[in-house]
Design a protein around this ligand. Sequence first.
Ligand code: ZN
Length: 87
Amino acid sequence: MESQDRTIPCPICQRANPFFDSLNRQINQTRAVTDKVYFARKLLAKAEDVLEEHGQAGDPAGKACRAVLNLRKQAAELILKAQKLAD
Ligand SMILES: [Zn+2]
């Protein structure tokens, strides 16, 4: 059996993860709706950038990365959607 190193992120994700962590922290800590929207938009844009950095959608090496990044995108989109509904 192959060893699983899913816990070790690829170099692209390794570089991007501190940025995501800090944005998520800011989203959780801030109470101002405008700030939450601001950070959620940044999170969404960054997730899209990092997804692009992973290249071809069919590349199995980046499959786990793309799944995580799509979840990050969905989380940011949910925040933006919720804020829109609250208006
Ligand atoms: Zn990655």
